[in-house]
Design a protein around this ligand. Structure first.
Ligand code: ADP
Length: 485
């Protein structure tokens, strides 16, 4: 697959600065692995602070012309980029499965989902309206202009190698900003391929720059630069907090999409088929490696046994394997550290009295494969319910009353996504209002779409991505007072 992708020009190994593909200045490289086999896919340039500063300068230079294009001109470029990504859906999906491990069908699905943010941004680019405010004084006219914030630093994780980038870069470019992207070092190849397609789409050199390598050096350069006016980050809460603190020195605008601890609440009055389908989808998408994956499945006592049995049966039959194999539903975890974390969480739970109903250990396929797992008897003292497991482990917790479910659901510093399954519309509404979360799925486990605002409250983040609201993150308001009328 890698050889085929190389000949198509989509397998890139250099960074993109000012429209040129470049090696690191000291020739350093890092290896990118296929998590399903452990094989090295390719070496990529390992960039640091100096290269990042050059990328920032390129973005800063490009900003003066890109921001002055008409919205229609920027929209056309974005549309072309969208078309090219869709035309290369298969190859981008293959590249993603190769470096990230997710099943090919899911990877191709992410390409469409990720491209959707660019298409939507191309459309919204034309709808960035200002405002006219009725003046309290007869001799004045008051206006609000919306202007691009400037150069954007975008730091993204490995779980959605394309979509986490496009949901930042699409709206940024639509608003007239230019970007320096730092993809995860674990999955830089999809990002580089998307950047290559941005050049082919006619997006001018310097508008999109990509540097990967030494994460903290690149991060520090982005933070230190007064030219970078906005930092947008998706990743761990720990790193997000560091970046937020670091952004204070230059008072950058900041958006953060951090960790979640999603509760999935199944009430006695749920339609069990709908609840099963939803809980499985939200828990096991991307092998449990998303920040909106159900992290705790709270089941009311009246339906507990019936739900648990049906859920366990479905999990037992999931097909695990290399993402390129036909019919595979669960790929490998991203790396050894991820498997160790999952193992330690399951161990912690069983040592405190929880029971493994299905799975519970490394998969016989070896590498970083882990068995799809169901753990029962989980309580709030266990790591499985306190921290994000980011793996294919479903912890089940039992509750009695609605109040208890709400209390358990909100008993966390995270507040990204939550799910409710109930056929009682009043209850669904009551609980939705009481949940301290940025996203609530009611009788639905898959809620992400480019047209709706994605983001968390509490320590899950700041700002929203996607939808018309997502563009605000890349705009400044300018109030203009015209006097002496
Ligand atoms: P994850 O667990 O999803 O890998 P991380 O927060 O570790 O979460 O990584 C998300 C992104 O943040 C990656 O691109 C990673 O390289 C980057 N990153 C990690 N540490 C730093 C840092 N100190 N400064 C800037 N970026 C960082």
């Amino acid at each position: 697959v890698a050889a085929k992708l190389k000949s198509s020009g989509l397998l890139r190994s250099q960074a993109l600065i000012g429209g040129k593909w470049v090696d690191s200045y000291d020739g350093k490289t890092i290896k990118v692995y296929n998590p399903a086999t452990g094989e090295v896919i390719t070496d990529v340039a390992c960039m640091g602070g100096k290269e990042t500063n050059d990328a920032i300068s390129s973005a800063y230079d490009a900003f003066s012309s890109w921001s002055k294009l008409t919205a229609a001109e920027r929209s056309k470029c974005l549309r072309k980029w969208y078309d090219l990504i869709m035309a290369h859906k298969e190859e981008l999906g293959q590249l993603m499965t190769l470096e990230q491990g997710k099943p090919l069908k899911e990877a191709i699905g992410e390409v469409s989902y990720g491209a959707g943010f660019i298409e939507f941004s191309a459309e919204e680019a034309k709808r960035i309206y200002g405002d006219i405010i009725p003046s309290p004084l007869a001799d004045r006219r008051l206006f609000v202009l919306k202007q691009p914030v400037g150069v954007v630093g975008a730091i993204t994780p490995w779980n959605f190698p394309l979509a986490m980038i496009t949901r930042k870069v699409g709206p940024a470019l639509a608003c007239g900003c230019t970007v320096v992207i730092k993809p995860s070092e674990l999955t830089p190849l999809t990002a580089l391929a998307a950047a290559e397609l941005s050049l082919q789409a006619g997006i001018p050199p310097g508008v999109v720059n990509v540097v990967m390598g030494n994460a903290s050096d690149i991060g520090d350069a982005l933070l230190a630069s007064p030219q970078v006016r906005k930092l947008t980050f998706t990743g761990s809460t720990l790193v997000g907090k560091k970046l937020m603190a670091g952004a204070a020195a230059t008072v950058k605008k900041v958006s953060l999409e951090l960790g979640g601890n999603a509760p999935c609440i199944i009430f006695d009055d749920a339609d069990i088929e709908v609840a099963l389908k939803g809980a499985l989808a939200t828990k096991f998408r991307n092998t449990g490696q998303t920040c909106v994956c159900a992290n705790r499945i709270l089941v009311q006592e009246g339906i507990y046994e019936k739900f648990t049995n049906a859920f366990a049966k479905a999990v037992q039959s999931m097909k695990v394997g290399d993402g390129f194999s036909e019919g595979v539903e669960q790929g490998p975890l991203i790396n050894e550290a991820a498997v160790k974390k999952v193992e330690s969480f399951v161990e912690d739970a069983t040592s405190k009295g929880a029971k493994v109903l299905v799975g519970g250990k490394r998969h016989s396929l070896g590498m970083t494969f882990y068995e799809p797992t169901v753990v029962t008897g989980v309580n709030s003292e266990m790591l499985l319910s306190r921290e994000e497991v980011f793996g294919p482990v479903a912890p089940l917790l039992k509750f009695k009353t609605e109040e208890e479910a709400i209390h358990m659901a909100n008993d966390t510093n995270a507040g990204l996504a939550a799910y409710i399954f109930s056929t009682n519309i009043q209850r669904a509404w009551r609980v939705t209002e009481a949940l301290e979360y940025g996203i609530v799925g009611v009788n639905e486990g898959l809620v992400s779409t480019e047209v709706a605002p994605f983001g968390g409250v509490k320590q899950s983040g700041l700002g929203r991505e996607g939808s018309k609201y997502g563009l605000d993150e890349y705009l400044e308001m300018k109030y203009v007072c015209l006097g002496s009328m």
